[in-house]
Design a protein around this ligand. Sequence first.
Ligand SMILES: [Zn+2]
Length: 510
Amino acid sequence: MPRYYITTAIDYANSNPHSGTAYEKIGADAIARWKRLQGYDVHFLMGMDEHSMNVEKKAVAAGMDPEAYCDGMEPKFTDLWKALHISNDDFIRTTQKRHIAGATEFFRRCHAKGDIYKAKYVGLYCVGCEAYLKDSDLVDGRCRNHNTPPQKLEEENWFFRLSKYTDAVRRHIEENPEFVQPEIRRNEVLNVVRDGLEDISISRSTFKFGIPLPCDPSHVMYVWFDALINYISAVGFPDDPARFERLWPADLHVIGKDITRFHCALWPGMLLSAGLPLPKSVWGHGWVHYKGQKMSKSTGHLLDPWDVIEPHGADALRYFLLREIAWDRDGDFTWDSFTLRYNADLANDLGNLLHRTLNMMHRFSAGTVQAASEPDPKDGALAAHLEGCFDGVSAAMDRLALSEALERIWDSVRRTNQYIEENAPWTLNKQGRTARVQTVMANLATAMEYLSVLLHPFIPQSAGRIREQLGLDPAPGALSRAFVLRAPGGKVREGTVLFPRIETREPKGN
Ligand SMILES: [Zn+2]
C-alpha cells in the first residue's frame, strides 16, 4: 500500500483555536480521508507549538509553570478536533521528549556543517509573528499580519546560514512546480527567494521556555527553527530510522498563506543543511474572514467554531467552510450565507433526497431493496452521471480543489433528485407497475450509497448516518467508480431528518 504523509501547522498554545484554525484542519482531514479511500496508508499529523516567549508570558501572567499552562491548553485544541471528527493519527507537542531529541540532533547536524554562528543582530521584531520583520513586512510602520508596531531589538544570537541555500532553494522551487502551491503562493515565495535569503536568528537568551542549544545552553532555540522540526521528530527522527525512512519526506504540508515563507524557504534550507530530503509539497491555504473582515486575535473579531458546532453539528461547519471558501484563496463566513447554504444544500438537496428515498422505499418496496427487473434508459443515464461525478471529484481532489469536488457531488445530488421526478414512482405505483417502481427504488438506494462514499471525506458523520439509514455499515466502504446495483434483500431504516432546517441565529456577543 503506498503511504501518504500529511501534516498541518502546529498551533501556538497561547490562544484558543478559531474557525480559521479549524478550516485548515478540516481541509487537511478531507484530503487525508480521500487518500485513505483511495487505498493509501495515510499518516496524518497535527500538534501544538509550545515553546515561545508568548506562551511563557501568558503562563507567568496566570501564575503557572509554562508546561502546566500548555497542558491546560491542549484540550482546547484536541476537544475541538475530536468534535470536528478530524482523523489525525498523531498529535505532537513540542515539549515532548521525542521532539526535543529531534530538534537537538537536527541543530547538531547544522552546526557540524558550519551553518550556525553567533552574531549581534539589530532589527524590528514582531511579537505576534515571533520574527524579525523586513521593510516589506511593514505597512505604515506596523506589522502587515498583526497591525501592531514592532519592537526594536538588539541581541547577540545564534544564526542559521540560510543565505548559503538561496540558490539551491530557488532551483528546487523552479524545478518542482508542485513544491509550493497554489500558484499565487509559489510566485510570492519565488520573489522572496530571488531577492536572496538572509541568515536568520535562531536562538534567544531573553526567555527560558525552549530547547537549549547543544553548543550554548544559555540560549534556547528560536520558535521557527524549533517548530518546523516537529514534522520529522514526530515520525522517528532521529531515534527510529526505519520509521523515519518509511514516512519522510512528507507528501503534503498544509499551512496558512502567512507562513508559506517559513515552510518554503527556511524549512528547505534547514533540511538541506541537515542532509535530509525535502517535503514533496506545501499548500498555503487562504484565510477565513468573518462578516467581511479578517479574523484577529488581538481585536477579538473571531468566529468561535463552537458557535456553529453546538447548534448545527460539526458537518455543518465542515461543509460550509469547504464549499464556500475555495482552498486556494480567502473567503468569508457570515450567518446569512451559512444559513442559506445549510438550508439549500444540506437540508433541501441532500436531506430531502435521503428522506424521500427512504419514505418511498417503505411505501413501495417494503423497506427492502428488490431486484431491478425492469430497467430503463433513465437508469443508465443516472449511473453514467454518477460515474462522471466520480471522475470529476477525483480530478478535483488531485488538484486539491476541495470546493470544486463538493460542487460536483452536489450536482449529482440534484441529478438524483431529478431522477425521482422523471420517474415519478408514485405514478408508477398507482399504475400498478410494481417491477418498475422497485427498479427505480433499487437505483435510488444504490445512488445514495454511491454518494455516501464520495461525501465521507467532507461530512464524515453525516455520510455514516446516511449509510446507517440505508442499512449499511457506517464506515465508508470501498471507493469504486462503477455504479453496481445493490443486491436484493438489503433492508433500509425509517428515515430521520439529517439536517433540520434552520433560521438565521447569530449567537449573542458576536
Ligand atoms: Zn506580526
